[in-house]
Write a protein that binds this ligand. Structure first.
Ligand SMILES: [Zn+2]
Length: 282
């Protein structure tokens, strides 16, 4: 967990567990009654010599001489967790990692996770703010070629799905348009998925641009921005990477960039090469 606070909303946990309580009980090691109605109470605090605990499927409640519990309370009793912990256990047992959210994203946490200096991130305009739900988040500015901020994306969690959000109805842009001069000087650019990979390459003094998500590749827009460059696309070993590779190939097959506003054809991309990544752990 790396010190992050994980949580599942009550609504998500209730919806996920509805009708699947027996799976939870099985995973907790609560024996089935095997034709009988009751089992010995599975709670540590109740020494039950005559079976007096039962799970009522219809009422979705556990009844015993000692207590009357819903599935959340049963998990708390048996697993020794609090209500928040019980909700996380439900997501884990039912294999729903998508329901597990993380408590915000701080600049220090992000810097540590990405192994990037805080000062470097501040230099890119990254700022820690407080998000809609009162949790820390990072505002990551997207700048145009002249360095003006044209969009801001919000990093709301260190990990998990949907860790970065665009503003509602915001236009998508490449991340790092203000740094393409470096790419032109080098003759190449590395296209990566997301902001942090681009930041990492910049920190290593490599020219890069980030896509706002693997599906954020827009051939019309990107062909013009990356004109005359040799383009390397970093393909991560996951579904998103596969999508990105597909889009990268489509871009490579475009003989020239889209006509500009004046009708003048912009230069074509020199070549696109896919750099396959292997799963990697620090
Ligand atoms: Zn009991």
């Amino acid at each position: 967990m790396n010190g992050e606070l994980e949580f599942v909303t009550t609504a998500d946990a209730k919806a996920a567990v509805a009708g699947r309580e027996r799976e939870i009980l099985d995973a907790l090691g609560v024996p089935r009654p095997n034709g009988k109605t009751h089992i010995c109470c599975p709670y540590a605090g109740h020494t039950d010599k005559h079976p007096s605990w039962r799970w009522d499927e219809k009422k979705c409640m556990a009844f015993c001489m000692c207590s009357k519990h819903d599935i959340f309370a049963v998990i708390q009793e048996i697993a020794g967790v609090d209500f928040a912990g019980a909700k996380v256990r439900i997501a884990e047992i039912l294999r729903r990692p998508d329901l597990i959210r993380r408590e915000g994203c701080t600049l220090l946490g992000y810097a540590e996770r990405k192994r990037l200096p805080v000062d470097f991130l501040l230099g890119l305009g990254v700022r820690e703010t407080i998000g809609k739900f009162g949790k820390p988040q990072l505002d990551i500015p997207y700048r145009n070629a002249s360095g003006e901020t044209i969009a801001v994306r919000h990093r709301i969690a260190l990990s998990g799905k949907k860790h970065t959000l665009s503003e509602k109805n915001a236009r998508q842009h490449l991340y790092g348009l203000d740094r393409l001069a470096e790419a032109r000087a080098a003759g190449y650019v590395v296209v990566v998925d997301g902001e942090s990979d681009a930041q990492t390459l910049w920190h290593a003094r490599r020219p890069a641009v980030g896509l706002p998500g693997a599906t954020g590749w827009n051939a019309t827009r990107d062909a013009a921005a990356l004109a005359e460059l040799m383009v390397f696309v970093v393909v991560e070993p996951d579904e998103a990477g596969a999508k990105l590779a597909q889009r990268g190939r489509a871009l490579a097959n475009r003989p020239a960039g889209a006509p500009g506003a004046t009708g003048r054809r912009q230069g074509s991309i020199r070549a696109v090469a896919a750099l396959q990544c292997r799963p990697y752990r620090l």
